[in-house]
Design a protein around this ligand. Structure first.
Ligand code: SF4
Length: 358
C-alpha cells in the first residue's frame, strides 16, 4: 500500500487523518508545524512525538518533500537555484533571489517557484514552452519548493525570512493548474504553517482569462502579473500563442476586474526583443492599451538565453522606457541582471536544462 503523503495536506486534512489512526488531533498540529515551519522530511526528527507514534508514522506515511539534487549559486547576483526531484523523478527548478523579482529593491528575499513540469503555452522565446507540457504539480510539490527555498535562506545569517516573497514565475502556467495552485497559496499563507502574507505572493500568468475572473472572485489580495510582451493581437499571437484564444480585448478587462476586486495593481511583464516588440510605435501603442489601468510595466530586456542578438541596444531600451513614462505609466526596468536570473516565467528552464545535462 502506498504511504500517505503529508506535504500538501492542510491542517484539517491532517487532523482527520490522524484521528482515523486513533490519535488525538493535536498531534496533527505538531506534525504540521514540523513539516511546514521546520522543513522536517523524516518522522525521526519530530522529537516531541512519542516513539510509538513515530514508528507508526514511518510505517504508514511519508512527508514527501521534493529532494534537492543540485544547487547552484550565481556569484554575481547571489541567486541560488535549486534543482528538485519529485516522486516520479520529474524535475523542477526553484530560485531564491536576494531581491524582489519585480523591482530589485534590496532587503527583499524572493522565491521563484514552478507550477507545472513543462508548459503547454509554447511561447517561442521560452525554453520551457519549447519543451512542451509534462504534468501539473500537486499542491505539496509547489509548497515543497518553498520549504526547500526557506531552508536554504535560513542558512544565511543575515536572512530576514519574514521578508520572503513568493512568485509563481517558474516553469508552467499556474492558472492552468488552478485548484492545486490555489490550495498551495492557502498553505503558504496559513499562519500555523509557513505564514507568508498574501500580499507577498505574486502569480504570473500568460493570460488565461476565465481563470483571472475566477481568481478575482476569491478576493485574495495576491499580486497578479501578466506576461504581456506585445500591445496588439497580431504580435502577441506570435509571442504568446494563448492570445489567439484570449485576445487583448478580453485580457485587459479581466485585469481591470482583478484590480477592482483585489485592490492590487496589476504588473505587466514585457520582455524587450530587439526589432520585434521594442519600437517607439509599439511603446505608444502599449501606453494606449493600458491607459487608465492602475498598472506597473516591468520591462525585461532579453537575455542571452533568448539568443545573443535578441537584446535591444541601450538606446532602444531607453527610448521605449521614456515613451511609457511620458505617457504616465509606471515602469521598472530589469536592467543588468537578466543574464543571471529568472527573467520571465519559464526562463528558469533554460538553466534547468543546463543543470540536467551535467
Ligand atoms: S513564457 Fe511562461 S507561459 Fe510562455 S511557455 Fe514559458 S512558462 Fe509557459
Amino acid at each position: 500500500m502506498e504511504k500517505k503523503r503529508l506535504c500538501g495536506q492542510n491542517l484539517k486534512e491532517m487532523e482527520d487523518w490522524i484521528a482515523r489512526l486513533g490519535e488525538p488531533r493535536y498531534r496533527a498540529h505538531q506534525i504540521y508545524q514540523w513539516i511546514y515551519q521546520r522543513g522536517a522530511n523524516d518522522f525521526a526528527q519530530m522529537t516531541d512525538l512519542p516513539k510509538r507514534l513515530r514508528a507508526l508514522l514511518q510505517e504508514t506515511a511519508q512527508v514527501g518533500l521534493p529532494t534537492v539534487i543540485k544547487q547552484q549559486l550565481d556569484p554575481e547576483d547571489l541567486t541560488v537555484k535549486l534543482l528538485l526531484e519529485l516522486k516520479d523523478k520529474q524535475r523542477v527548478e526553484a530560485v531564491l533571489m536576494p531581491y524582489s523579482n519585480l523591482d530589485f529593491s534590496r532587503n527583499r528575499l524572493t522565491g521563484c517557484i514552478s507550477s507545472q513540469v513543462g508548459c503547454p503555452i509554447g511561447c517561442p522565446f521560452c525554453a520551457t514552452g519549447q519543451g512542451g507540457f509534462i504534468r501539473n504539480l500537486e499542491a505539496g510539490e509547489i509548497v515543497g519548493q518553498v520549504i526547500a527555498l526557506r531552508q536554504e535562506a535560513l542558512k544565511s545569517e543575515n536572512t530576514l525570512i519574514e521578508s520572503l516573497n513568493i512568485v509563481f514565475m517558474g516553469m508552467g502556467e499556474p492558472l492552468l493548474n488552478y485548484a492545486e495552485v490555489l490550495k498551495s497559496i492557502y498553505l503558504l499563507h496559513d499562519p500555523k504553517g509557513l505564514n507568508i502574507s498574501l500580499r507577498r505572493i505574486t502569480l504570473s500568468t500568460a493570460g488565461v482569462v476565465p481563470r483571472i475572473y475566477q481568481l478575482a472572485q476569491e478576493e485574495l489580495p495576491i499580486n497578479l502579473a501578466v506576461s504581456l510582451h506585445a500591445p496588439n493581437n497580431d504580435l502577441r499571437n506570435q509571442l504568446v500563442p494563448l492570445n489567439r484564444r484570449y485576445p487583448l480585448e478580453e485580457l485587459i478587462p479581466a485585469c481591470r476586474k482583478y484590480f477592482e476586486s483585489s485592490k492590487r495593481r496589476v504588473t505587466f511583464e514585457y520582455i524587450l526583443l530587439n526589432q520585434v516588440n521594442d519600437t517607439e510605435d509599439l511603446a505608444e501603442e502599449l501606453a494606449l492599451r493600458l491607459k487608465g489601468l492602475p498598472a506597473l510595466v516591468n520591462l525585461i530586456p532579453a537575455n542571452p538565453t533568448n539568443g545573443a542578438d535578441q537584446r535591444p541596444s541601450p538606446e532602444r531600451i531607453r527610448s521605449f522606457t521614456r515613451i511609457l513614462k511620458t505617457r504616465g505609466l509606471e515602469v521598472t526596468l530589469r536592467e543588468g541582471r537578466g543574464g543571471n536570473i529568472a527573467a520571465a516565467c519559464g526562463q528558469l528552464r533554460a538553466r534547468d536544462s543546463s543543470l540536467r545535462s551535467e
